[in-house]
Design a protein around this ligand. Structure first.
Ligand SMILES: Nc1ncnc2c1ncn2[C@@H]1O[C@H](COP(=O)(O)OP(=O)(O)OP(=O)(O)O)[C@@H](O)[C@H]1O
Length: 605
């Protein structure tokens, strides 16, 4: 039995078990049929027996009867809603019961919120479908009965295009549902991908995974585009079915007016027929086509997911939360087999972007290591800019410390340089290359506060940002420079497997720093990347980066010692900034004096 047949069987059993509710629904819907019938019939009589004979009172009386019919119909519709609730709520209860018991059984309660949300979608969609299909059936019955009562030839004009439109619509149902499902799946995959990638852009940059993430997400965008195009092509047929079934009868009635009048159809009956088509059939058909077309496919997808057999693994909710907070979890929870590189849990960790060797060029002719020109950035169109009309130029080999109170934009600045954020005005260039861009991306390495270590060997962790094999001597030399040697020895050497869960935050930072040190990127951005190291270890690591041949260092500093080591300091204070050496700033910048005061420990008494 296919999944679709299984669903249909279960759906039928569900409906049969609720025959009484269905009967009630039918009974109230009949009132709607009466209302539809009266719309055309009453109008025809009002004309033929009243207004066209100069008897306005009779005409008005028929219109009053029609109005009464509309009131009764409204009463019926109100009762229909109550009956639909009796049909829909048990479906919801059943699905919730199923989802909850499955969550409890499989021990995967974290999926419950996503699934119960899908239950709500299923309930609403099912209710909508019941309403539109029921309305179409009873409205059409009322309109067709009315046309026949007024004059059977009217049916000859309205019936065939209506039947043709319905047949075309029925023929598009399956293929369109399949395309709709493909589109929904592609859309959800893209949303899921973006939900993971966007909050984790910093992680992606830190692991040098931009190109592969862009390729992966690009493929999802392409898949959604293909699905949308296929859906649109079939959508055209659906529009055609509405045109043929709902709008063509109007044209035909007008075009055949003479013929109809010659065959005993009265003027009132002709107007009544037009009322049936424009006021009842066309809206009901439109609702049916839109309702069944979109909601039907959605309901099928959601129900199929919810009704998945108990042995199926539960599907993760679309939004699995920000990567920034979960990556470390994922990495920590990896075993030591070292195969994290292929795991989808953190796609970025498995991706390598070759960093161009030789980016560090001849200093004399080289462009600035970093330049920001009139850069303005705000997080939202209505937000105050965090960085405003900002200029900065760093020559190759410079060592800049960025300091300032919390929330003044230090991380925002590093994100702008790394290309994670795009300024609303101005330009950023790294080694002369515009940001964002592949050359600029290859020319800088970002080390965020959260250090990423994966379950491979220490050597694999260290060589991760290098395009090819790295000689052992080079790894050892880098470990020596950054201060990793004692940890490497404790772990059992470069070939030892690393268990990220067994490392402290500071030890992970040392590994990430050595990895960045080994990369070919001349510009290193340390965004609180040493915050878990003791002052001595921090000094050693920073000095190593500052001494890299051709290397330029930007450090978001959280200690006065870190700022003092830099040859220039940028003080950020909201929209204003100050720039200079330590002594200059002590003299000229009150905020810097305050910061230095708060960073310097009070002398022991
Ligand atoms: N994603 C974001 N959306 C909206 N506003 C943000 C976002 N990230 C930061 N901000 C705001 O931008 C301003 C600068 O934040 P940023 O993190 O760059 O400051 P910071 O100086 O690095 O702070 P800290 O020292 O605490 O890390 C703050 O007001 C912050 O609330």
């Amino acid at each position: 039995m296919t999944a679709a047949t299984g669903l249909a069987t279960r759906g039928l059993a569900f409906l049969l078990a609720r025959r009484r509710v269905l009967l009630r629904l039918t009974a109230w819907s009949v009132l709607e049929t009466g209302q539809t019938f009266l719309i055309g019939y009453g109008t025809a009589r009002a004309l033929d027996e009243g207004f066209l004979r100069g008897r306005a009172d009779v005409g008005l009386a028929w219109l009053a009867v029609t109005g009464l019919g509309v009131l009764l119909g409204a009463l019926g519709t109100a009762r229909v809603y109550a009956a639909v609730a009796d049909l829909v709520e048990p479906l919801r209860d059943r699905l919730v019961e199923r989802v909850v018991s499955r969550g409890v059984r499989t021990g995967e309660p974290r999926y419950l919120s996503g699934l119960t949300q899908q239950v709500e979608i299923a309930r609403d969609t099912f209710a909508g479908l019941v309403m539109v299909s029921r309305s179409f059936v009873f409205t059409s019955a009322g309109a067709l009965a009315g046309l026949f009562t007024l004059a059977p030839p009217l049916l000859l004009v309205v019936g065939p295009p209506l039947a043709l439109g319905m047949a075309l619509f029925a023929a598009t149902l399956r293929p369109l549902a399949r395309r709709q499902e493909t589109f929904l799946v592609a859309d959800e995959a893209l949303a899921g991908d973006l939900g993971t990638v966007c909050p984790g852009l910093r992680d992606v940059t830190a692991t040098g995974a931009e190109a592969q993430i862009a390729a992966g997400t690009g493929e999802r965008v392409e898949a959604e585009l293909r699905a949308a195009r296929a859906l649109a092509r079939w959508g055209v047929l659906r529009v055609a079915s509405l045109t043929i079934g709902g709008q063509m009868p109007i044209v035909l009635l007008l075009a055949a007016a003479l013929w109809l009048l010659a065959h005993g159809v009265t003027a009132g009956a002709l107007v009544g027929a037009l009322a049936y088509v424009t006021q009842s059939l066309l809206p009901a058909l439109r609702n049916l086509i839109h309702g069944l077309g979109t909601s039907g496919s959605r309901l099928t997808v959601v129900l199929r997911r919810l009704a998945a057999t108990d042995t199926d693994p539960p599907r993760p909710p679309e939004d699995s939360g920000p990567v920034y907070g979960t990556v470390t979890e994922e990495i920590r929870s990896t075993d030591t087999s070292g195969d994290l590189l292929t795991r989808p849990a953190f796609a970025g960790a498995g991706l390598r972007v070759p960093v161009t060797p030789g980016v560090a060029a001849d200093h004399a002719t080289a462009p600035p290591a970093l330049s920001l020109t009139s850069v303005t950035f705000a997080y939202g169109p209505a937000s105050a800019p965090v960085v405003h009309d900002f200029d900065l130029t760093l020559p190759p080999g410079a060592h800049l410390a960025v300091v300032g109170p919390s929330g003044t934009g230090k991380s925002t600045l590093t994100a702008l340089v790394a290309g994670l954020l795009t300024p609303s005005h101005g330009t950023v260039r790294v080694a002369g290359h515009p940001v964002p861009g592949p050359e600029a991306a290859a020319a800088r390495v970002l080390i965020p506060q959260e250090a990423y270590v994966f379950g491979g060997t220490l050597a694999e962790n260290l060589a991760y940002l290098r395009p090819g094999p790295v000689p052992e001597e080079e790894l050892l030399a880098a470990a020596e420079s950054v201060g990793l040697v004692p940890l490497a020895a404790r772990l059992g050497g470069l070939g030892a497997r690393v268990d990220p869960t067994a490392l402290s935050a500071g030890e992970r930072q040392l590994i990430a720093l050595t990895r960045a040190y080994l990369s070919y990127a001349p510009l290193a951005l340390l965004d609180e990347a040493t915050c878990h190291l003791d002052p001595g270890a921090e000094e050693r690591a920073e000095r190593a980066f500052a001494a890299r041949p051709g290397g330029t260092l930007v450090v978001v500093a959280h200690r006065i010692s870190s700022a003092r080591r830099a040859d220039r300091i940028l003080v950020m204070d909201g929209r204003s900034t100050a720039y200079g050496g330590h002594e200059d700033l002590l003299r000229s910048c009150a905020l810097y004096r305050d910061l230095v005061g708060s960073w310097t420990p009070a002398p022991a008494r």
